[in-house]
Design a protein. Structure first.
Length: 394
């Protein structure tokens, strides 16, 4: 028996109809963002490993796929027991964006609103819903320190989800300064804030008692945390978030004082998008005012949000694709090639997707195969045909 020929673990092939569905969803997202003034960019799959591991990417840096040096440079590194890699596959789109902005700043608007979509790679353990290669859909605003940027991002992201039929999506919102104030009030030393936030970020997994136990063991503040979380009042929106809640539809927002977002580079509001049909978040982001400055030598305000494309795809209803699936198999026999091409082009002009096929002995088998690949109608054409009748593939 031949060995199975599969893609690498954590990576997937997509059949033609699956790829078409993904492209339709991605196109809808991009069109929604573009209509709101965002401009699409493209960055390389590879970046210098020094930039990918500069502290900007948090724990994701540990998951970067490294690319070995080549030729004489590799030989020299091996001989000197030096660094063997000089490049790495991007593990997100934010670090490449900040490098891109620093490189091209003089050619970009003062306030730059970017769309970036594409695959990213992480060398992690594959499991359900977690892949080594997956697509991200990001929008970012660089150069605007005002609350307008957050409002623009949130309303645009919700509009994109609405366009996909995911109007039940809800955004949890918090602010990094509120978390810092919380930890100060609990008595956590400032140098340990990052570690304490990691514990609080586990709230959904280990519960309040588990977080309190960790905070008690590490910092002796478990009882203080328990008292704080027992008296939470999320009905009072803090001043740091008031502009967001006053403009964005409040039924689509939820103030969550326990929201952390794991990336250490966040400096202001942070967001996480959830949907009742998913057991995991389907997007997230926040303000990261210090990242661009690492390349430029001066801070530039920046904020972004990313949709988890793979998780979004899992939520899309088949009805979303119904209007886009009108496709025809034109089955031809005899000396009618010129006529077939003319009819095909006419149907395409009417909005159909059309495939030409020579008539086989077993027409039923052909139509079953085409139906499995998303084709919905067929027509036959031979030398006696005077008009085309589109019939549904049963």
């Amino acid at each position: 028996m031949a060995n199975p020929v599969n893609p690498p673990r954590g990576m997937r092939d997509f059949l033609p109809e699956d790829k078409r569905a993904r492209d339709l969803v991605l196109s809808k997202i991009r069109d929604t963002y573009s209509a709101r003034g965002y401009q699409e960019i493209e960055t390389p799959a590879l970046e210098d490993i020094a930039k990918l591991t500069s502290g900007q990417g948090g724990d994701n840096e540990k998951l970067a796929f490294r690319v070995m040096k080549r030729g004489a440079e590799l030989d020299e590194a091996l001989a000197a027991s030096g660094e063997l890699s000089d490049l790495g596959l991007r593990y997100d789109l934010t670090v490449p964006l900040t490098r891109y902005y620093a490189t091209n700043r003089n050619s970009l608007p003062t306030v730059f609103k970017a769309i970036q979509t594409g695959p990213v790679w992480r060398a992690e353990r594959p499991q359900k819903g977690r892949y080594r290669q997956f697509v991200q859909c990001d929008i970012d605003i660089i150069g605007d320190a005002s609350g307008l940027a957050e409002i623009d991002l949130l309303t645009s992201s919700l509009a994109a989800l609405d366009a996909l039929g995911l109007s039940d999506a809800l955004v949890r919102v918090n602010h990094r300064s509120l978390l810092v104030s919380l930890l100060d009030s609990l008595g956590v030393p400032s140098e340990s804030h990052g570690s304490a936030m990691i514990s609080i970020d586990k709230l959904d997994k280990i519960g309040a008692d588990g977080v309190a136990a960790e905070l008690e063991e590490r910092f002796g503040v478990g009882a203080a945390f328990t008292a704080w979380i027992s008296n939470l009042d999320v009905s009072v929106i803090p001043a740091e978030l008031s502009s967001i809640f006053s403009v964005v539809d409040s039924s689509r927002l939820k103030y969550d004082p326990t929201l952390v977002r794991g990336m250490g580079y966040y400096t202001g509001p942070i967001f996480e998008i959830e949907h009742p049909g998913s057991g995991s978040s389907i997007g997230g982001g926040g303000r990261y005012d210090g990242m661009v400055g690492k390349w430029l030598g001066q801070d530039v305000p920046a904020v972004g949000i990313s949709l988890g494309f793979e998780r979004v795809m899992d939520l899309i209803s088949p009805s979303f694709f119904a209007g886009a699936s009108e496709s025809v198999v034109l089955v031809i026999s005899g000396d009618v090639l010129s006529k077939a091409v003319e009819i095909r082009d006419s149907l395409i002009a009417q909005g159909y997707r059309v495939r030409l096929e020579s008539r086989p002995k077993n027409l039923k088998s052909l139509l079953e195969s085409m139906a499995a690949n998303g084709f919905t109608h067929f027509a036959t054409l031979d030398e006696t045909t005077t008009g085309i009748e589109l019939r549904p593939i049963a």
